[in-house]
Design a protein around this ligand. Structure first.
Ligand SMILES: Cc1cc2nc3c(=O)[nH]c(=O)nc-3n(C[C@H](O)[C@H](O)[C@H](O)COP(=O)(O)OP(=O)(O)OC[C@H]3O[C@@H](n4cnc5c(N)ncnc54)[C@H](O)[C@@H]3O)c2cc1C
Length: 296
């Protein structure tokens, strides 16, 4: 690895100032599980690597007026262990648990995973299915946008070079929304997703129909995508095995999978149908269990 200067930011504002000072020649370092691998093989290394791991504003998980706020520096292990996440969003725990091995999860951060904008990232789909927002801080102040709009392309986010991802917010209307995450890789552990899928839904129990379904897919397009036609098909519809299978088939038509050394596009299309159906069925099972728990 070629030499670079390591600069340590004491807080988020300091990090933004340093990024503005050094411009595109600086790279942000969070857990380093992606960045250091990249730098080892990169022909050009940044002049400056900016360590943000001491920025307190990027840490912690808390309920706010807006919803559940997860700091960008929260690691996958912290996410898996946090009681509120385990209680409200078991699908997020499953997604975090599917990432790499213990060492990777101990160091790797949620923010780092999202900023890489790798189409097969495992954190993206569940958060997109929960309508998560991201907060970005830069020289012009703070701004928020839906996570689904944050992904600009493969390995390209909406961050400007001097921006920092501050946190991820699951809006309060979605607190406890039943959701599920599915991943299919070539091995059970330490494998990138050939396809991953997440679904969330509410159920109107009076009419026994699906409300506000969300389906998000990874590794089947240049970015994590929402299967909006499948969502529209399910909205207001009775949740039957046939309807869930049909939603899976519609989702296939919305994806643009490629063939590569891991799998063919056709194989990925089959996976999309199966994983979408399973994610929806499991989200519905969680909704049912929650209702039955509340009745007791
Ligand atoms: C062995 C191994 C297995 C893995 N398995 C998986 C897997 O199964 N699934 C999966 O999804 N990923 C996997 N990964 C990828 C990686 O672990 C995750 O993407 C991780 O969450 C990245 O977080 P980090 O903190 O280490 O990011 P870093 O490496 O520190 O940074 C990653 C990128 O994000 C930028 N960045 C980080 N934080 C911020 C911020 N707050 N604001 C602005 N820019 C920022 C950095 O500049 C860099 O470009 C694996 C990695 C390894 C090494």
């Amino acid at each position: 690895m070629k030499a670079f200067d390591l600069v340590i930011a004491k807080d988020a504002a300091h990090a933004v100032t340093l990024l503005a000072e050094h411009g595109p020649s600086a790279r942000v370092l969070a857990g380093g599980t992606d960045l250091l691998v990249e730098l080892k093989s990169a022909s050009r290394v940044p002049r400056v690597v900016l360590d943000i791991s001491r920025a307190a504003e990027l840490k912690g998980i808390e309920l706010t007026d807006q919803g559940l706020r997860i700091g960008a520096l929260v690691t996958h292990t912290e996410l898996m262990r946090f009681p509120l996440i385990r209680d409200l969003f078991p699908a997020l725990v499953d997604a975090a648990h599917s990432i790499g091995a213990v060492q990777t999860r101990n160091l790797g951060t949620l923010g780092g995973n999202l900023v890489t904008c790798v189409p097969s990232m495992d954190s993206g789909p569940t958060l997109v299915a929960l309508d998560a927002l991201v907060t970005i801080t830069g020289p012009g102040g703070r701004r928020q946008l839906p996570l689904s709009d944050f992904f600009a392309g493969p390995r390209k986010s909406m961050l400007e070079p001097e921006d920092l991802l501050l946190d991820i917010v699951i809006p309060k209307e979605n607190l406890g929304k039943p959701a599920d995450f599915q991943k299919f890789g070539l091995r059970k552990g330490q494998a990138l997703a050939l396809v991953n899928a997440a679904a969330s839904l509410w159920v109107d129990w009076e009419r026994d129909v699906c409300v506000a379904p969300r389906i998000a897919l990874g590794a089947v397009a240049p970015t994590v995508i929402r299967a909006r036609a499948a969502e529209a098909y399910l909205e207001g519809r009775a949740i039957t095995p046939e309807a869930l299978a049909e939603a899976g088939r519609i989702a296939v038509a919305e994806a643009r999978p490629i063939s590569d050394f891991r799998a063919s596009a056709d194989y990925r299309r089959d996976l999309i149908a199966v994983l979408t159906r399973r994610a929806l069925a499991n989200a519905y099972a969680r909704a049912t269990a929650k209702r039955d728990g509340e009745k007791q």
